[in-house]
Design a protein around this ligand. Structure first.
Ligand code: ARG
Length: 461
């Protein structure tokens, strides 16, 4: 980075800034990523200024041409960013003045960097919402495809990580799908508040010029306008909301990752993540490590950290703008990068996953997963649930002792625990019978899974 001699904002100061302070207080190293939004905001501002007679049309056109030239320079890596000009806003303005001369100095009329930066971040978040939502939809589609393929596949469902009742793998995938639907809703909801225009608030109190904020909002595609200038330049609650959405989404991915890690272990061996999503060990030749889900579980903590960073950044700030707010960008950018990367790799990984139905089935058989079905069966035969619970408890203890699943006990053996049992009991003791019987909205029956997938495909497209 170069250091041009003349600063845009230093006439009042008689001594030059300490060289390290200059570097310490600068943000251009990281906020240059806002250049597109900064230029778009400035073009809208200049257009509005000319329409209310503050700039002539010729001045407006010169400014817009200059800004577009600068956009091209930055796009093509031909722009010289300068630490002395502190941030993305002053770098672009200084370059505009050097490109088009005196008229460039008029752009900042009726505006401050305080409302400018708040506008830029909102525009940036709005722009990033599209790729995020695209990747989220890709992942949801991948889940639907796996769910469809494995609608009939049975695995043990767990509570306390102990075998509880059989469920279908499709149903299990659809649980994650539902969580991601709520994440998508949360993104959409917080966008309403992000998409509100701060420009016009100027430094903090508004401006003495007769500006037209409705026009600026319309030009930039903002749905609403911040109603109070002090609030407009100072609060970053919209950024915190965005990071909250991101944290919840990462929390879901992290939990899901935990399952994939467990399922891909030799002890469970329910799934194969695909070699492209695992790595070997430098010392143990037999290893195939689930690095991708592990890393996503790890990256979740970064996003939580960023959320707390932003919360803590805001909590002591008096109105209105304080330089503290310059610290909002790095956590936010990091959250966006982490989220985009995690969603992308997750969708790819789910597209490559293969499941091992035989191993899942064996695990479900080992765990007396149909015990509740036997209890429900007895209730239907007139036994009170508590008594049925006891009968089944005794049957399971007998099965454990003789190393047999409930479905492997003979009718005579079963009848020794209750004379309400007849030979139709075997319909409910099989894994297939168990899942098929839960055939209501939200239940695990393959039939219901297929219905849920169909409904999901309609809403997703
Ligand atoms: N770089 C600053 C930021 O990121 C821009 C606003 C600076 N405003 C000021 N009054 N110093 O927040």
């Amino acid at each position: 980075m170069t250091t041009p001699s003349k600063k845009l904002s230093s006439a009042r100061l008689t001594q030059p800034t300490n060289a390290f302070v200059e570097e310490f207080t600068a943000s251009v190293q990281f906020d240059q990523r806002l250049y597109q939004q900064d230029i778009n905001g400035s073009i809208a501002h200049a257009t509005m200024l000319s329409s209310v007679g503050i700039l002539s049309e010729a001045e407006r056109d010169q400014i817009i041409d200059g800004l577009n030239t600068i956009r091209g320079e930055i796009d093509n890596d031909q722009f010289e960013w300068s630490i002395a000009q502190e941030d993305v806003h002053m770098n672009i303005e200084a370059r505009l003045i050097s490109l088009i001369g005196e008229v460039g100095k008029k752009l900042h009329t009726g505006r401050s960097r305080n409302d400018q930066v708040a506008t830029d971040i909102r525009l940036y978040l709005r722009d990033m919402a599209s790729p995020i939502s695209e990747q989220l939809t890709r992942l949801q589609t991948a889940l639907l495809n796996v769910a469809e393929r494995e609608a009939d596949t049975i695995l043990p469902g767990f509570t306390h990580l102990q075998t509880a009742q059989p469920v279908t793998f499709g149903h299990h995938m659809m649980a994650w799908y539902e969580m991601l639907c709520r994440d998508a809703e949360r993104l959409e909801d917080c966008l309403k508040r992000i998409n509100t225009l701060p420009l016009g608030a100027a430094a903090l109190a508004g401006t003495t010029f007769a500006i037209d904020r409705e026009q600026t909002a319309e030009l930039l595609g903002f749905e609403r306008i911040c109603q109070n200038s002090l609030d407009a330049v100072s609060d970053r609650d919209f950024a915190i909301e965005f990071n909250s959405f991101a944290s919840l989404l990462m929390m879901h991915l992290s939990r899901f990752s935990e399952e994939l890690i467990i399922w891909s272990s030799a002890q469970f061996d329910f799934v194969d993540l695909g070699d492209a999503f695992c790595t070997g060990s430098s010392i143990m030749p037999q290893k195939k490590n689930p690095d991708v889900p592990e890393l996503i579980r790890g990256k979740t903590s970064r996003v939580y950290g960023n959320l707390f960073n932003l919360f803590t950044l805001m909590k002591n700030q008096p109105l209105a703008y304080n330089k503290d707010n310059q610290e909002d960008k790095e956590p936010l950018f990091d959250t966006i990068d982490t989220l985009l990367g995690s969603l992308r790799v997750y969708a790819d990984m789910m597209n490559a996953i293969t499941v091992k139905p035989d191993n899942m089935r064996q695990a479900a058989l080992r765990g007396y997963a149909t015990a509740t079905d036997l209890a429900d069966y007895l209730v239907r035969k007139g036994v009170a649930f508590r008594d049925a619970h006891e009968v089944v408890g005794l049957s399971v203890a007998y099965g454990i002792k003789h190393q047999k699943d409930l479905s492997e006990l003979s009718l005579a053996e079963l009848q020794s625990f209750s004379d309400h049992i007849t030979d139709d009991v075997f319909d409910v003791l099989t894994l297939e019978g168990s899942v098929a019987a839960r055939d209501h909205l939200g239940g695990t029956a393959p039939n219901q899974v297929r219905k849920a997938i169909k409904k999901a495909r309609q809403t997703l497209s």
